[in-house]
Design a protein around this ligand. Structure first.
Ligand SMILES: [Mg+2]
Length: 308
C-alpha cells in the first residue's frame, strides 16, 4: 500500500516511515496540508497516517478537507501524542477511521495497517461486484442484448446527444411475424431458441459502434440509430428483413413464408416526436401498418400534418 505520513515533526516522519517500509509498504512523508492534498490528488494513496497538532492546518481540519476533495473512501488513521477522549472523538467525527497515540510501537502500527488493508480489499471486491451487477441488470438474460432498462439509458443518452447536436435520431421497432403460432406449435423452449437466433442475426447486421439493440418485450426488439436520417433507417430495415429471411428458421405455421420473418416500424425525430415515448409510440404505429401491409416488411411512420 502507498501510505501518506502527514506530520510537521521531521523525526517522527522518519521513524514512522521506517516502520511502514519495514512492514512491506511504501511511505510518502509530507509536512503540512499543501503537499498532503497534492499527494491525494494523484489518486494513488491507500492509507493516510495523520498528525493532529500542526501549525497551519491541524489534522482534524486537513481530514475534513481530504474527505471533501476525495469522495471515494480511503482509511485515515490519526497519530497523536494527545490521548484524551475528546481528541479521539473529534478525530472520528472529522472523518478518521482509527486513533493511535505516539510514540507508536511497530507491532501496533503494522497490525493496524493490516486491518485497514483488509477493509480496502473488501471494499474493492464490493465495488467490482456492484459494477458487474449494474451491467447485468441492463442485459436480457435470454438473448444477451439490452433489456428495457438498458434501452431506457441508451435512448435517454441518444436523445440528449442528438438534440444537442441538432441531428436526426431514428428508431426501429421489430416484431417477429406469427410468433404466437410458432410458440404454440413448436413449444416455448424452441420459441426461446428462435428469439436468441433472431437477436443474434440482428446483432450481426448492426454497426455495433453506433447502433444499439434491445429486447423491448416478448418477441419485440428495438434498434436505436443515433445520427441517422430516415433513409439510413429505411435501408437498415430492409437489410435486417433480408438477413433474417436468409438464415431460414423454419416456421411452417406462418402465412408469409415457411420461415421466420419480422415486421419493422420506423420512426425518426424529424417527424414531430417531442419526446422519447412519442418516438416509440410512432414506431409502434408504423409497425402496426407494416403488419397490415402484409408483414415481412418495414414501414415509416407518417406524420399526417407533415403530409398536407
Ligand atoms: Mg505535530
Amino acid at each position: 500500500m502507498n501510505i501518506l505520513v502527514v506530520d510537521d515533526n521531521k523525526f517522527i516522519r522518519q521513524v514512522v516511515s521506517a516502520m511502514i517500509v519495514d512492514s512491506g509498504h511504501v511511505a510518502i512523508p509530507v509536512d503540512g496540508h499543501l503537499p498532503a492534498l497534492a499527494e491525494l490528488s494523484k489518486g494513488t494513496l491507500d492509507l493516510v497516517l495523520m498528525d493532529i497538532e500542526m501549525p497551519e492546518v491541524n489534522g482534524f481540519e486537513l481530514t475534513k478537507m481530504m474527505r471533501k476533495s476525495q469522495p471515494e473512501w480511503f482509511p485515515i488513521i490519526f497519530l497523536s501524542s494527545n490521548d484524551s477522549e475528546d481528541y479521539l472523538t473529534r478525530g472520528i467525527d472529522a472523518g478518521g477511521d482509527d486513533y493511535l497515540t505516539k510514540p507508536v510501537k511497530q507491532v501496533i502500527l503494522s497490525a493496524k495497517i493490516r486491518a485497514m488493508e483488509r477493509i480496502v480489499q473488501m471494499k474493492g471486491a464490493l465495488d467490482r461486484a456492484n459494477k458487474q451487477l449494474e451491467i447485468l441488470s441492463s442485459i436480457d438474460p435470454l438473448t444477451q442484448v439490452l433489456n428495457r432498462r438498458g434501452l431506457e439509458d441508451v435512448l435517454a443518452n441518444a436523445w440528449q446527444e442528438n438534440t444537442r447536436q441538432e441531428a436526426e435520431l431514428s428508431l426501429l421497432m421489430l416484431d417477429i411475424d406469427f410468433f404466437k403460432l410458432y410458440n404454440d406449435n413448436y413449444g416455448h423452449p424452441q420459441g426461446d431458441k428462435c428469439l436468441t437466433q433472431v437477436a443474434s442475426v440482428l446483432n450481426k447486421t448492426l454497426n455495433r459502434a453506433t447502433e444499439s439493440l434491445a429486447r423491448y418485450g416478448g418477441e419485440e426488439f428495438i434498434i436505436v440509430m443515433p445520427f441517422t436520417p430516415i433513409d439510413g433507417a429505411r435501408f437498415k430495415a430492409k437489410e435486417l428483413n433480408l438477413a433474417l429471411q436468409t438464415i431460414k428458421i423454419k416456421h411452417e405455421y406462418s402465412s408469409v413464408l415457411p420461415y421466420v420473418t419480422m415486421s419493422i416500424g420506423i420512426a425518426t425525430t424529424t417527424h414531430g416526436a417531442s419526446n422519447i415515448s412519442e418516438l416509440i409510440k410512432q414506431a409502434d404505429i408504423a409497425l402496426y401498418q407494416a403488419k397490415k401491409k402484409g408483414r415481412n416488411c418495414s414501414q415509416v411512420f407518417q406524420n399526417k400534418q407533415a403530409e398536407q
